[in-house]
Design a protein around this ligand. Structure first.
Ligand code: SF4
Length: 490
């Protein structure tokens, strides 16, 4: 009889520790459903930080004590988790400050001895998880840029210190984003057997089934979504929100600055509300959870209505939260009341700007909705007891100081309806419409060399209209936007 194969799935270190990942639980759930052998999980993010700091260890002991004393009091837990994130963030910054975040610099750091100490730390943790006689395949999920660095370090440690014949596969959003460059970098190909773009469920199954070449560009459609399996993650030490996914892609898919839609080729697929509420019901039991966070790009109003009706009809008592696109449906107080009754606690809205000219340039869905109507939507949600969180973007190409100010004034005018605002500076990213059509946005020159060098977020560019990036930063700093202008009034 053929020996059962064992796959080890690894979640690499990153600066945030309170957010539960969904990628590994999805992979584990899928492979288990297909009876692909034994699936082990290593939460290396948590283990790495435990090895990195005495403060971290102290916080862990404190959290465990708090959980025992107060039975996981949510407010106390949130407070401690914020402490965890602060420590994790500062360790991450200290450890990785010398790394520029271009792909080349990540690869160079992983392949050189620059991270010698980190390699040793990773080795010590892996020693407990890898028995090279048992493990047949290692799958690593790299969702964030710093995870790509650690995924490559892990692959190198496996090949150099354990078994060079043990297959190592890296997938995740970072691989989808950089697949062509990664496949062309000989320096790392010696450590990684396959880079898997898009979804990794079927490719991993192929490899466990003994196939030499796994499927590429596989897309897991919602009707085939497995029940995510969170075993391997200590749920007590994570935020009480369980991540959930109902769709693939964005049903709008048109924003000119958006990088998210590439992995589905602009396709959009969504699960049925019935299957989604059934998944929630099961997870409620298996994870002993009552709070669910949809990590979809945005849930359509009609889907939310049916889901809410299902949850109420089946008496599934939960709290839930999701991203939405501004739509007149949310101005209907009865609809908002239904959502609230079903447990909807908060929504995240990509407002981005209050200037209709900028919104049209961004091709936001709400570009044609008036400011008064948007205020009405915020108000209806808020008065129904649903918290409104919004993101705004400053410095979009051609945006003038007056237009940026218009957004600030709009936010200030709606401060009673908005619970929280996140402001970001615009960054020019490859793969977006604006990157491919710079002339439509007054961009006269893009510094394409930024792709391979320098510490940067986005590409530098020159523009002949609107605020320069310096003026934009000054605008944000002068108003002390995040700390004073809005926060103090919200
Ligand atoms: S709504 Fe969000 S996810 Fe969809 S295209 Fe716009 S920015 Fe991207």
């Amino acid at each position: 009889m053929e020996k059962q194969k064992t796959c080890l799935l690894i979640w690499p270190p990153l600066a945030v520790t309170s957010i539960l990942p969904l990628s590994i639980p999805f992979l584990k759930g899928y492979l288990k459903k297909k009876q692909a052998g034994e699936i082990k999980v290593l939460d290396l993010n948590r283990r790495y930080l435990q090895h990195s700091s005495l403060t971290w260890l102290t916080l862990t002991i404190f959290l465990n004590l708090l959980t025992k004393l107060f039975g996981g009091n949510p407010a106390g837990k949130r407070f401690i988790l914020a402490g965890f994130d602060m420590v994790a963030g500062s360790i991450a910054k200290r450890k990785r400050r010398s790394i520029a975040w271009s792909l080349d610099s990540i690869i160079n750091a992983a392949c050189s001895n620059f991270y010698y100490k980190e390699n040793n730390k990773i080795y010590k943790i892996l020693k407990h998880a890898i028995d090279d006689k048992e493990i047949s395949l290692i799958g690593i999920s790299a969702v964030y840029p710093e995870q790509l660095l650690f995924a490559l370090i892990i692959a190198r440690v496996v090949k150099e210190k354990f078994n060079k014949n043990l297959p190592v596969v890296i997938g995740g959003a970072q691989v989808t984003k950089h697949i062509n460059q990664l496949n062309n970098k000989l320096a790392i190909k010696q450590y990684v057997d396959f880079f898997i773009p898009c979804d990794g469920e079927e490719p991993l199954l192929n490899l466990l089934d003994g196939l030499k070449e796994p499927k590429q560009n596989f897309l897991l459609k919602p009707e085939n979504f497995p029940l995510p399996d969170f075993s391997g993650f200590d749920l007590n030490t994570y935020s009480s929100w369980i991540p959930l996914l109902a769709s693939k892609g964005c049903f709008w898919s048109r924003c000119t600055f958006c990088t998210y839609t590439g992995s589905t080729g602009n396709g959009y697929f969504i699960n049925t509300p019935g299957q989604t509420s059934a998944t929630i019901k099961k997870l409620k039991k298996t994870c002993n959870a009552s709070r669910f966070l949809f990590v979809d790009d945005a849930l359509p109003p009609q889907f939310m209505r049916s889901l809410a009706e299902n949850l109420i009809k089946e008496k599934i008592a939960i709290k839930w939260s999701s991203s939405i696109i501004l739509n007149q449906a949310f101005a209907d107080k009865e609809f908002c009341a239904l959502l609230k009754q079903s447990g909807l606690e908060s929504v995240l809205i990509g407002l981005e700007s209050a200037s209709s000219r900028i919104l049209r340039l961004m091709r936001k869905q709400h570009a044609e909705i008036s400011k008064a109507e948007i205020s009405g939507i915020f108000f209806a949600l808020k008065t129904s007891g649903i918290k409104v969180r919004a993101t705004v973007l400053f410095g979009f190409p051609t945006e003038t100081r007056q237009e940026a100010r218009e957004t600030l004034d709009f936010l200030a005018g709606n401060r009673k309806s908005i619970h929280k605002v996140w402001a970001q500076a615009f960054s020019l990213e490859e793969g977006t419409y604006i990157f491919n059509h710079p002339e439509e946005f007054g961009i006269t020159k893009i510094n394409y060399a930024d792709k391979n060098s320098g510490e940067r977020i986005g590409f530098r560019y020159e523009s002949n209209q609107g605020m320069s990036s310096k003026e934009r930063d000054k605008f944000l700093n002068n108003l002390l936007f995040k700390t004073f202008y809005l926060k103090s009034k919200l």
